[in-house]
Every structure is written in C-alpha cells, then in structure tokens.
Design a binder for this molecule. Structure first.
Ligand SMILES: [Fe+2]
Length: 300
C-alpha cells in the first residue's frame, strides 16, 4: 500500500518573524538556507531535507503546512486518490513543486482542518553524522497534534496515510510510525492544533548540552529533562518566541516492523517521565487552542 514514509518539514506563520528567525538560527541550532518571497527556510545538519522549518510573517500565528514524504509519483497519486476518497478538502492536486528541492506533491486539509502536504522527488542536500556531543538538532523527530476526535484522527493516519500504531498511552494518546522509528506523529485529544515539533539530538549527552546551551541564552526548559516510557525517548520542551512548543529528544526507540506489538501504557507520572527529576510539566506548555488557519490555505 502506498504510504507516508517520513516528515520533511513544518511551515509556520508568525506575527514576529524576526524573533522566530533569530530563535531557530541563533539558538535552536538550525541553519538558515534561503529567504525568498517572504519565506525563510532552515535546514538541520543531520537531515538531507533541503529544509525542516519554513517561516512566514502573518497577523495570526498559525500552522502553514506539515510536509510528509512518500516514495514515488505513483505513491503521491495513490495517496491523493485516498485522501480525496476520505472526503478531505484539497488545497492543490499533485503538481511540480517550487520550494527548495522542488519535487512532486499535493496538499490537503486533514479532517480536522490542519494543512498537510505529501511529496516525492524532493532533491536531497548534503547531511552529516553529528558528533555525539554536538548540541544542535540532527533532524525532525516527530510532530504531536491535538484532535477533537482523536480516535478518528488515528484511524485517518492509519487507513488513509499508511501509518502504523506503535503504542497508546491509556486511550488518549496514540503514537504512530511511518518507518522504523517508534513515532513520527502522535495524537492527543483537544482542539485541532499543533502540540509540539520534536528534533532528534545525536545522543542523550547532546540533548543535555542543548538544554544547558539554551539556558545560557536565557531560554529555559518548560518540561524536562526526562524520559517518556512510550518510545523510550528523552525529552526537553521549550517554547519559541511566537509561542510554539518545540522539543529536543534523543534515543527514540526503533521498531522491528515484523514483530512489534503495540502496548497500552498506563497513564501515570512515572510513565510520562521515567526519571521524575525534571522541572515544569505539561501544565507549563502552551495551552492548546484551535489553530488560526483551519481550512484556510496558506497560499504558499
Ligand atoms: Fe515529543
């Protein structure tokens, strides 16, 4: 079955573009690679994607796109048929793309109204293996979303986009994979919006050094450092100048596709955080509210 295979990039619109730009470039550890037509693009050192973050200035903070990858033009076309058959509202049909790396893809709104793209043939750039002590992100790890109908949203990702369920936390948080990493998307109940975007660090030491580096820049952790039981990944959550939650993570579990059996983890503090030594908590994260761009195309 045609399926999504990876997350490519996340596009945001923000009222204070310069603050967000300085955050990703000078603090978070991405590299600004292009600024054209009002869009600023950032790449991650360990990722061959031409960009992992795209910023645009707008009056309201909103999600512009979550761009996903698939393997071929035939897969793009097949996924487009399935997305249409599921009743999703289209943004544009499969076509040649003009962003960094070009490619071929389409864009649509999820049933909740969040904007997604699916593409193939995006020209990949050079990447490198980060040193285990480098405190900058290697690549996007995962994206967590809220949905007012989270079980239907999970089914959409499984049935239409080809994701597999890795684990549940109780009956409210589902971890979904599209390759052998334990999760690339996770879904929580709540108004339709982004919860956070996480970035893989080369090691646990790299994550801790990243926390220290950001702290030195006056950006403190909102929750963490800690380790989640589901996925076994370490975490430290921060908030960008425009109010989006971002995470440094490390050691996310890899899944043996042939033998993996999903677990329903009991939702309790020691499962949310195996260590229990971090500061803050979910309560210190931005309060979820419906995204300002639901069912409104970003036009770029
Ligand atoms: Fe996360």
């Amino acid at each position: 079955m045609s399926a999504v295979t990876e997350i490519r990039h996340v596009g945001y619109a923000v009222p204070d573009l310069e603050a967000e730009r300085a955050f990703y470039r000078d603090k978070w550890g991405l590299r600004e690679v292009a600024a054209t037509d009002g869009l600023v693009y950032f790449a991650a050192a360990g990722s061959s994607e031409p960009s992992v973050v795209r910023l645009r200035q707008a009056a309201d903070r909103r999600l512009d796109v979550i761009e996903l990858a698939t393997a071929s033009r035939a897969d793009v076309d097949a996924l487009h048929v399935r997305v249409n058959a599921a009743g999703c509202r289209g943004i544009f049909a499969p076509r040649e793309l003009s962003g960094p790396g070009g490619g071929y893809g389409f864009r649509f709104f999820s049933p909740d109204g969040l904007p997604f793209g699916i593409s193939c043939d995006v020209k990949q750039d050079q990447s490198r293996v980060l040193d285990a002590l480098e405190s900058i992100p290697a690549r996007i790890s995962h994206v967590v979303l809220h949905s007012p109908n989270h079980k239907a949203a999970v089914q959409f990702f499984v049935d239409v986009l080809g994701f597999r369920v890795s684990d549940w936390l109780g009956d409210f948080m589902c971890f979904l994979r599209c390759n052998d990493w334990h999760h690339r998307i996770a879904i929580l109940p709540g108004p339709p919006c982004l919860n956070h975007v996480a970035y893989d660090m080369a090691s646990l030491d790299a994550m801790m050094r990243g926390v220290a580096r950001l702290r030195g820049e006056g950006i403190d952790v909102q929750w963490g450092p800690g380790r989640h039981k589901a996925g076994n990944n370490t975490f430290s959550y921060f908030v960008t100048p425009n109010g989006f939650a971002v995470e440094y993570t490390a050691e996310l579990e890899r899944v043996d596709e042939a033998n993996w059996q999903p677990t329903v983890h009991k939702p309790e503090p020691s499962v949310m955080d195996l260590w229990g030594i971090g500061t803050g908590g979910p309560h210190a994260m931005p309060h979820p509210a419906p995204d300002a761009g639901l069912f409104q195309p970003a036009e770029v």
